[in-house]
Design a protein. Structure first.
Length: 456
């Protein structure tokens, strides 16, 4: 046999591990993985449940000596009990020859070198140190959450030429690692499993009925909701994920309530997990605390809390402007449809046309101020976009110009809000009622679209 790897333990000077390759002379594919606790005088196999195939290398966790990683013919395997039971790492790495392993201690990363398939990195495997029999008995468990670094990645660095390191840094985010005891087996999965069992037993399995297939299609799968709170119990974000058994992870990009929301300020936060099944909510894990920390900034430390509150106000106001835009688009469509339908209705050509044109002018006047167009240079929408996106990725305080544009936009919007609501809720509905009384048909197909006989 050929000695593939020898690893002295970093925790106990009398302990050493060795990997052997039996293929050289006898085509022996037995996984030879042995351990000595007396400086090599005696050896014991710790291969236990490993499949047939060569073991090429081994690494020992620098914190917990019972956590081991091995590179084999069939990918990476790990144990948390010193080799009594091995588990294959399957997510993100194929079952290929792994020739070497090393551990990056500061980040707790496992770096994997394969035969012909490049390098892989298992980011921060420290959650394995918490995994125990007690954890697996819980319905759910959140592993310790590392401190989250808050920063804005540099983007315009192309001027560096050939010294530019092209691999991008990860975006700032919080990684939540968790364990779920029981997963979910859908009706379709149960049917497929029963069909396979019947086939292996040599029995026939009846084809599912239409009702059974419909039930599979309409089945609502349970899900997990991750709710993030600040120190004052204000909800910062809600994330959804499928209910999956075992170890899982999900990331939060530090944005408030949506991926495009403002970044939350550094501080203390909490995470909890709820399960939703057929409309019933079950608390799986009570809030677990974690910290968001800012990296040192060469320009000084901005007022993160004030910036967040200001950007939140801007975002909330932008939502109102977006709603106003949709109302204006809706009214334009309704007025255009009424005018087009009247042309095909047996009424006088002049009926309601002047009223429709008059309301259209009013809608255009509101639109000019809120969303622009019609020769407008500075609309409410353009000012609020400037206020939001002037410095969205820089660690500086909100500028006076941003505050000024917000104030001007808000004043202009408030001056048009009542007019817009009156048009949308009163004047347009009143004209539509008059339109119907004159013989027009509202809410029909678009006048420019012909229906085909097979359309529903």
């Amino acid at each position: 046999s050929f000695v593939n790897y020898i690893l002295p333990s970093q925790h106990e000077k009398s302990t050493v591990y060795a990997c052997f390759d039996g293929r050289k002379n006898s085509s022996d594919f037995t996984p030879y993985l042995i351990k000595s606790t007396d400086k090599g005088k005696t050896w014991t196999s710790i291969a236990t449940n490993l499949p047939s195939g060569t073991v090429y290398c081994i690494q020992e966790d620098h914190v917990n000596p019972n956590i081991l990683f091995i590179g084999t013919e069939w990918g990476v395997w790990t144990t948390i009990d010193g080799g009594k039971k091995w588990v294959q790492l399957k997510k993100g790495i194929p079952p290929i020859q792994v020739k070497d392993l090393t551990i990056q201690r500061r980040e707790n990363d496992l770096v994997v070198a394969t035969f012909g398939r490049g390098f892989y990195v298992l980011d921060n495997y420290s959650a394995l140190r918490e995994l125990s029999e007690d954890v697996t008995k819980k319905e759910a468990h959140i592993f310790d959450i590392n401190d989250v670094l808050f920063y804005y990645p540099a983007s315009n660095i192309n001027y560096q030429g050939e010294v530019h390191f092209r691999t991008p840094n990860p975006n700032p985010s919080a990684k939540f690692e968790y364990y779920i005891k029981d997963g979910f087996e859908s009706l379709k999965q149960k049917r497929v499993k029963a069909q396979k069992a019947a086939l292996e037993a040599g029995n026939t399995y009846p084809y599912p009925t239409e009702e059974e297939l419909m039930a599979e299609e309409m089945e609502i799968k349970p899900s997990l909701i991750f709710t993030i709170y600040d120190k004052d119990d204000n909800i910062m974000r809600k994330l959804n994920s499928n209910l999956s058994k075992g170890y899982n992870s999900i990331e939060w990009n530090l944005s408030y309530m949506s991926n495009r929301g403002p970044k939350v300020p550094p501080g203390e936060y909490k995470l909890r997990i709820d399960k939703v099944n057929n409309g019933e909510f079950t608390r799986l894990v009570e809030p677990t605390a974690f910290t968001v920390k800012s990296l040192p900034n060469a320009l000084g430390t901005p007022n993160y809390s004030y910036n967040f509150q200001m950007l939140k106000k801007l975002s909330d106001f932008n939502t109102q402007v977006s709603v106003a835009r949709k109302k204006i688009q809706n009214m334009n469509t309704r007025l255009k449809d009424m005018k087009t339908i009247l042309e095909k209705t047996p009424v006088e050509a002049s009926l309601l046309v002047n009223k429709i044109d008059a309301l259209q002018k009013e809608v255009d006047g509101v639109a000019k101020i809120i969303i622009g167009g019609f020769g407008a240079k500075n609309s409410v929408a353009s000012r609020i976009m400037f206020a939001i996106y002037t410095a969205p990725a820089a660690e500086v305080n909100i500028t006076g110009t941003q505050k000024e544009q917000f104030a001007i936009a808000k004043e202009a919007y408030e001056g048009q809000k009542e007019i817009l609501d009156n048009l949308f809720n009163v004047k347009i509905p009143a004209l539509e009622k008059e339109f119907e009384e004159a013989g027009g048909v509202l809410h029909s197909n678009s006048p420019t679209t012909r229906r085909r006989f097979f359309d529903k």
